[in-house]
Design a protein around this ligand. Structure first.
Ligand SMILES: [Zn+2]
Length: 328
């Protein structure tokens, strides 16, 4: 959590401010914090502040063995649980060492028993959890097992983008070495790709609700012979009734984003969707059918702005494009 009530300062502060005060010696104790709710004031701990090389910046969490937990129904308690859920959906491999061997696979489902697979590896189990996406082979006894034993398959757009890769970074996708920039196709009145699947991305508008299936129409389309063709991502209903623990977490995140999107005036989303666009005969519409949460990522605001030109994700600059929402 990034906000807490600071007991000695007697006010609510951000983790960023707390870090500043701690470094200046204004705050001296890591447990000088409490739940922002005045009725609750559960004990908080400031985490990562003494860590020299933290993987994530200092943040607050509820103290574990404490006589002062959250009162029942405290919204900050739920907030924390949600944050945890989101974190645990991220694969926790040690970064760097393994990422170069990653293979991103977007044209297939995860193998059966993928989530319960037994892991045989020399990597410390401290770095892994049950959602860790990792596949290992038994190392041969002779050479550096730690280096050669691992091969990771990554299946979701979300995990690909979480890695904060640069646009020109080379990655292996579906067995081919490509740059991230060339695999992300901004829907910008260009031509659809016919042969290979790509990740199409851009600002879109939610035009159908979960009741039928979720439809998100890209605000820009394809330009074919001077005519603009719409592209719509159609997200299969079955996605919303997943039984898998992993996908439930992803779904929870997606739903949280959708809730924000529904609140916005234009129902705008930034969407990534993997596939090959299919033309609907006799219309000026293309569709991509999404059948797995791995294949799409819906954000209420673009979180990877470094990958795109400004006008692609800027709502103000694209507002005029949100008009006809019919999908014929
Ligand atoms: Zn609380």
């Amino acid at each position: 959590m990034d906000r807490a009530f600071c007991v000695s300062l007697n006010k609510e502060i951000t983790a960023l401010d707390a870090e500043k005060h701690y470094r200046q010696g204004v705050i001296t104790k890591k447990n000088d914090f409490a739940c922002p709710d005045v009725k609750c004031r559960a004990e908080y701990i400031f985490v990562n502040i003494d860590n020299k090389k933290p993987k994530v910046p200092p943040y607050f969490r509820t103290a574990k063995k404490t006589s002062k937990p959250h009162i029942s129904g405290c919204k900050h308690d739920t907030e924390e649980k949600k944050v945890f859920v989101i974190c645990s959906a991220t694969p926790r491999q040690p970064r760097g060492a393994l990422s170069e061997n990653s293979n991103y696979i977007f044209n297939t489902n995860r193998p059966d028993r993928f989530f319960t697979r037994h892991i045989e590896t020399s990597i410390s189990f401290l770095h892994l959890d049950h959602t860790t996406i990792i596949r290992t082979t038994n190392s041969t006894s002779d050479e550096h097992p730690a280096i050669k034993a691992t091969n990771i398959n990554i299946y979701s757009i979300e995990n690909l983008l979480k890695k904060n890769l640069k646009k020109d970074q080379e990655i292996v996708i579906n067995g081919r070495t490509v740059s991230l920039g060339s695999f992300l196709k901004v829907v910008d009145n260009n031509l659809p790709e016919k042969k290979d699947g790509l990740i199409y991305c851009g600002l879109g508008q939610v035009i159908g609700s979960i009741g039928e299936s979720l439809k998100i129409k890209f605000c820009r389309g394809f330009n074919i012979g001077g005519e603009i063709y719409n592209l719509t991502a159609i997200i299969d209903n079955s996605i919303f009734s997943t039984k898998s623990f992993y996908y439930k977490q992803v779904l929870e995140q997606t739903n949280a984003e959708l809730a924000k999107i529904y609140k916005s005036n234009n129902r705008t989303a930034f969407i990534y969707v993997y596939g090959i666009p299919k033309k609907i005969k006799g219309t000026r519409n293309y569709i991509i059918n999404v059948t797995s949460l791995d294949m799409c990522l819906i954000e209420s605001a673009c979180s990877n702005k470094h990958l795109f030109p400004l006008y692609i994700y800027d709502l103000e600059k694209s507002k005029h494009l949100f008009s006809q929402t019919k999908l014929s």
